[in-house]
Ligand binder design. Structure first.
Ligand SMILES: [Zn+2]
Length: 317
C-alpha cells in the first residue's frame, strides 16, 4: 500500500493570529477569497485587500463623515449668527467640538475596527461562504489537474474558516496519497469528523505511527467510540494497538482509559509495555485496577525474566 504513495513536500501553513487573517475581499466585485493570487479570481482586477484593512478603511471613512458633519454644522452656525459676539462663540464651540471628536475617534479606532469587522462577518456571511466554496472548487480542480499538493494546500487554508465533514474527508483522502513524515506540518484534531469514517481511523493510525505526540484526547475518544467499527477494518487492529502505544506516553490517558488499554496491552511493543507497566506499578490507584492484574499476567507469560519489569514490592538487585 505504501508503494503507491507519493513522496511530497507539503507547504507549511503559516500560523496566523486570527483565522480570518488570510481572508481577502475584492474591492471591485466583493468576492471573498483565501487564494494568494494577486488578482481577484472572479473579476481579475488587482483589488484584493485583507478583510481587516477593509474594516479599518470603512471605519475611518465613517469617522471622517462625522467630522465633516460637525464641520458643516459649525459653518452653518457661523453663517446664521446675527452678531460678531455669537459668531465668535460658535466658532470657539465648533473648534472645541472638532478637536474633542478627533481625540475620541483616535482612541476608538481600534475598537471600532473590530466592531466593523464583526459586522462585516455577520452581514456578509453568505458571500464569505460562497467565496470559500469557490476557492475549494479551484482546489479540487488543481487536484484533478494533477497538482495534488497545491490543491491540498488550498483546501487546507479554506478549512481554517469553513469546517465541515465533507471538506475534512476531502483533505484526508488527499493526504492518503502522500507519504507522510513526522517533520511535516500536519494536523489531526481539526480533521476528525463527527461521525465514523475509515479515512479518519486510518489517519489516526498513521499519526500514531509517525507522530505519536499528536494523539490527544480527541482522537482517543474517537477511537474508543468507534472501536467495534475500527476492528472490522483491515488495518483496524494495528490502528488500535498503535493508538494504545501512543496513549501510554501519558499517565493521564492510562488513568482515564484503563479498560481500553487493557484490551491491547498484550500486543504493545516491548518498550511500550515496559513503560505502561512501570507507570501502573508506580501508582497505587492504578494498582487496584483490573489493568494491573492483566499486566502482571502478561509479564509472566511474555517477559518472565525481564530485568526491566519488576513487580511492586519485589526486591531489586
Ligand atoms: Zn473581483
Amino acid at each position: 500500500m505504501n508503494t503507491t504513495k507519493q513522496a511530497v513536500q507539503l507547504p507549511i501553513l503559516e500560523p496566523s493570529r486570527h483565522n480570518y487573517d488570510r481572508l481577502r475581499v475584492c474591492r471591485k466585485c466583493g468576492r471573498f477569497t483565501i487564494l494568494m493570487d494577486e488578482s481577484c479570481p472572479n473579476c481579475g482586477k488587482m483589488k484584493l485587500v485583507p478583510v481587516m484593512r477593509q474594516a479599518r478603511s470603512q471605519t475611518i471613512r465613517r469617522m471622517l463623515n462625522e467630522l465633516l458633519i460637525t464641520f458643516i454644522l459649525t459653518i452653518a452656525a457661523l453663517l446664521l449668527s446675527p452678531d460678531m459676539r455669537l459668531m465668535a462663540l460658535f466658532a470657539a464651540v465648533g473648534i472645541v467640538l472638532l478637536v474633542a471628536l478627533v481625540l475620541v475617534q483616535r482612541r476608538a479606532v481600534e475598537r471600532e475596527t473590530a466592531r466593523e469587522l464583526s459586522r462585516l462577518f455577520r452581514r456578509q456571511q453568505r458571500d464569505i461562504y460562497d467565496g470559500l466554496v469557490e476557492d475549494q472548487r479551484i482546489g479540487v480542480e488543481e487536484v484533478r489537474a494533477g497538482n495534488e499538493v497545491e490543491g491540498y494546500h488550498i483546501l487546507r487554508k479554506t478549512a481554517v474558516l469553513v469546517q465541515n465533514d465533507r471538506l475534512r474527508l476531502a483533505l484526508l483522502s488527499l493526504l492518503q496519497n502522500f507519504r507522510l513524515r513526522s517533520d511535516m506540518d500536519l494536523e489531526l484534531d481539526s480533521l476528525i469528523t463527527r461521525g465514523f469514517d475509515p479515512l479518519v481511523a486510518e489517519y489516526i493510525g498513521e499519526m500514531a505511527r509517525i507522530k505519536r505526540d499528536m494523539i490527544k484526547e480527541r482522537s482517543i475518544r474517537y477511537v474508543i467510540e468507534h472501536e467495534p467499527k475500527i476492528l472490522q477494518m483491515e488495518q483496524g487492529w494495528n490502528i488500535l494497538v498503535g493508538v494504545t502505544s501512543a496513549m501510554v506516553r501519558m499517565k493521564r490517558y492510562i488513568t482515564t482509559y484503563p479498560g481500553f488499554i487493557r484490551r491491547y496491552a498484550r500486543h504493545l511493543p516491548r518498550e511500550r509495555f515496559v513503560r505502561l507497566y512501570r507507570i501502573v506499578q508506580s501508582d497505587s490507584g492504578l494498582l487496584q485496577d483490573a489493568l494491573a492484574h492483566d499486566l502482571e499476567a502478561i509479564r509472566h507469560e511474555l517477559y518472565p525474566n525481564d530485568p526491566e519489569l519488576t513487580p511492586h514490592g519485589a526486591i531489586q538487585s
